[in-house]
Design a protein around this ligand. Sequence first.
Ligand code: NDP
Length: 450
Amino acid sequence: MDFKSEYLQNVYDTVCRRNAGEPEFLQAVKEVLESFEPVVAQKPELAKAGIIDRIVEPERFIQFRVSWVDDAGKVQVNRGYRVQFNSAIGPYKGGLRLHPSVNASIIKFLGFEQCFKNSLTGLPMGGGKGGSDFDPKGKSDGEVMRFCQSFMTELCRHIGPDTDVPAGDIGVGAREIGYMYGQYKRMRNEHTGVLTGKGLSYGGSLARKEATGYGLLYFTDEMIRCMKNDSIKGKTVVISGSGNVAIYATQKAQELGAKVVAMSDSNGYIYDSKGIDLGTVKQIKEVERGRIKEYAARVSGAEYHEGCRGIWTIPCDIALPCATQNELDAESAAVLIKNGVMAVAEGANMPSTPDAVAAFQKAGVLFGPAKAANAGGVATSGLEMAQNSMRYSWTFEEVDAKLKGIMVNIFHNAYNASKEFGGEGNLVMGANIAGFMKIAEAMLAYGVSF
Ligand code: NDP
């Protein structure tokens, strides 16, 4: 038995049977259901209405062929996905990931997590996710454009500003959103807020690019202030990844007075004891689309090491995994704990394995789970949707202030829920419960409609 509650055990057994061979999805569901033990005990009406049975089953799962022609004139075929997981509290909302590892399991785990994350922001957004096993790495701009146009030609039937609003994720940045939005506009003859993360000249929001990384730091700072009566200032920080989330997490950490000493990509990591020179990282990753390895060749005193997991052996006060799922395992967690880490907050989605999370919690390390700590990106996407509906733009400072307010609230909502349900300080449990309750209330109000 994995669960004390028979109801939860039955729900989980059904999920395992229906989604056999989908380990990431099962991992995400198990973690969430474990947090629901005290809720189910206190609120029997949830089981009676089958709320949890329904919440683990996507409302809709779309899979489609994406054909496009490469620069050599050869026809290429990829697989596209969109999961529309839950629309109880608003239109489906969640990013699109382009990476060769993308499959149904990864899309469903991301879509499931997204439901609770979006609810935590306090904005009216349901949960969804999508993407393809297309690998943008090494492709020309023309190839990326033809792929994105073909992908959107099918996706556009299923989305809309009041139905489903995708955004970026791994492999989908400003360039890809531009190609996809252009194709949507052409097919529908409409200028609507159907994607977020748009360029500023065609409906994007200021501070969206920075939002996930900035939000992660606002959350982490609040967590340290409230739970340790301390702050980010003066701390040594290790940040994995060197994409959108990692770069802007580094920027805000530096602004808050911390020293970021390491970053990585999927090949290896850099260590710079003087503190990362972010201008050089941005030049390599954002402008040249190069590898993090080049940093060590350009900055004297910096080191490059092959293999991305070694980054967790660098002693630090705060570790922020911002690359990908399951990048921080129990072994890495043990080294971080031995080296005295005080706080870990997840910028990426599900970067810590369940064993790693358990080790941090057991050792008393503050732990901010992804669905709370990285919700700043989707929160700001929600603000982009609001601005699109108003046909109006807020200033950078206005968006940033709203983002900060949302992240501070998310921390307190998660913390308060952890207290209310008997696990004070367990933010994994608190975030799951706080995100869930709003969705459950809406589903109860609708009766058995889906
Ligand atoms: P990017 O594509 O901009 O960057 C991803 C980074 O992670 C790159 O440095 C990449 O290195 C590295 N990476 C990818 N796969 C692996 C791997 N298997 N092992 C080690 N490193 C890897 O993506 P984002 O920064 O947008 O996203 C990073 C994480 O944050 C993802 O989990 C995403 O779901 C999550 N997230 C993103 C949000 C956003 O607003 N962008 C919002 C909320 C969560 P390489 O170049 O070598 O592939």
